[in-house]
Design a protein around this ligand. Structure first.
Ligand SMILES: Cc1ncc(COP(=O)(O)O)c(C=O)c1O
Length: 462
């Protein structure tokens, strides 16, 4: 038995998979400020048209340009690994497989979309990209992609992570990007928040407002904004993960997967692994597919399905999604990449349809799982990834209780070598579990009543 299943470069998937083509109930359209569906031209100041075309596409397969593949080969195809040591430790009959996305130069799945986004922007004549980053993984991935492709890059990093994770900022600097703490004094959105809350830890919603403003106010017209998750085209770029995994599971001799797990912040690494299998589920396969989030930011498990803005300053179109409200400022848990108030509309519509069963865990249990992982498999995972691992351990223990030989597949979304301060806080007893109080949830979601209603449509098949 092999514990690493590698694909040859020649076997890399040459098309991305677009779940929008197969969703049993179509996505609700993004809405403009007037409450009417927006047209592609309204997104043009923010994104290049070639990516907007992908965003609105319902074509099932989209070719990956050869030049993008040439860059992805630096770390792809990524290995599929079997966690035999964790299996032994748990004494489970389950076979646990994971896609190791920590192999990329910045250390996570994020460059799978950073590279195509930078490439399509460059094709469109764009010279500079702006973005936000939470944990710093996305910012460093875009910095890497822009560096390889010769674009300028400006990153607004959520203040709490900027302070907790100085190394990510240095990585961005090495890749020649400019990273500032958000809220900053460089934008109207940032200055407004700082005037009201000078000590705010910041949020992804605020950082997005700043990055969008910085892009659309650039007079040269050669700057656009890039988003690291949530949007349809971002999730589609990540499907290379699940498409590779399918080929690798076949090589490992697996005919069927029982459980698929990924952590979900905006939904991109989860969707990247899961969506090619969601297609199988739509076509009748019996698979349990689980996105996992923190209890402190329980978007999918406690938020309403509603139209909401993607950012705090209400500048983005309204998206139909599970949301904690655009003004939600999450407590400073260490999984900085899982603190977004919303969730990808494609993931949300799949939840509404019953194709996915989201779950939430407290951070102490996640760190406990991360340490078990490090002491069995050896690698030190990102705090975000630990949310997937804890669910994997629960599923493997369930398989043991039931005496079932299940196949569990999860996404190892990134390493935690830049996140050791979180482990330090855990070992020194400084971390606590935080459950969002119901009254806070109600306070943050109350303004949604003034926005257009999102009807949760489903076929009732799942
Ligand atoms: C390692 C890692 N995993 C997961 C996530 C969550 O993002 P997404 O849900 O888009 O995959 C992040 C976000 O920064 C991350 O850095």
């Amino acid at each position: 038995m092999e514990v690493k299943i590698n694909l040859k470069e020649a076997d890399i998937p040459r098309q991305w998979y677009n779940l929008a083509a197969d969703l049993p109930t179509p996505l609700l359209p993004p809405l403009g400020p007037d409450g009417k569906p927006i047209g592609p031209e309204m997104l043009a100041p923010v994104f290049p048209m070639n990516l907007i075309e992908q965003e609105v596409s319902t074509q099932r397969w989209i070719d990956i340009p050869e030049e993008i593949l040439q860059i992805l080969y630096r770390w792809r195809p990524a290995p599929l690994k079997r966690a035999v040591n964790l299996e032994k430790h748990l004494g489970t009959p389950a076979r646990i497989y994971y896609k190791d996305e920590s192999y990329s130069p910045p250390g996570s799945h994020k460059p799978n979309t950073a590279v195509p986004q930078a490439w399509y922007n460059k094709q469109f004549g764009i010279k500079k990209l702006t973005t936000e980053t939470g944990a710093g993984q996305w910012g460093s991935a875009l910095a890497f992609a822009c560096c390889i492709l010769g674009l300028e890059c400006k990153v607004f990093m959520v203040r709490i992570s900027f302070d907790q994770k100085p190394f990510r900022k240095i990585m961005m600097q090495v890749w020649d990007a400019n990273c500032v703490a958000s809220p900053s004094n460089e934008t109207n959105a940032g200055r407004k928040v700082l005037a009201e809350m000078p000590d705010t830890p910041g949020s992804l919603g605020i950082a997005i407002s700043e990055a969008v403003e910085a892009a659309v106010t650039d007079k040269t017209g050669k700057t656009r904004y890039a988003l690291g998750s949530v949007l349809n085209h971002v999730l589609m770029h990540q499907t290379i993960i699940g498409l590779e995994a399918k080929k690798q599971l076949a090589i490992a001799g697996e005919k069927k997967v029982d459980v698929i797990i990924g952590c979900a912040g905006g939904g991109s690494n989860f969707a990247g692994l899961a969506f090619p299998f969601v297609a199988d589920k739509i076509n009748g396969a019996d698979i349990s597919i689980v996105p996992v989030e923190p209890e402190s930011c329980p978007t999918m498990t406690r938020g309403p399905f509603a139209y909401d803005f993607g950012d705090t300053a209400c500048t983005t179109p309204l998206l139909a999604m599970y949301t904690l409200g655009h003004a939600f400022i999450p407590p400073p848990i260490h999984a900085g990449g899982l603190r977004y108030h919303g969730m990808a509309p494609l993931v949300c519509q799949s939840i509404v349809e019953g194709l996915l069963k989201p779950r939430a865990y407290h951070q102490l249990k996640c760190y406990e799982a991360a340490v078990t992982w490090a002491r069995t498999e050896g690698a030190i995972c990102a705090p975000e990834t630990s949310h997937a691992i804890v669910a994997v351990i629960d599923e493997a223990q369930k398989a043991k209780e039931e005496g079932k030989e299940k196949v569990i597949l999860f996404n190892y979304s990134g390493h935690g070598l830049m996140d050791l301060s979180g482990y330090d806080a855990y070992f020194s007893g400084k971390l606590i579990d935080y459950e969002l109080p119901q009254q806070d949830l109600e306070k943050f979601t109350a303004p949604l009543a003034n926005l257009p209603k999102a009807e949760a449509k489903k076929t009732g098949k799942w």
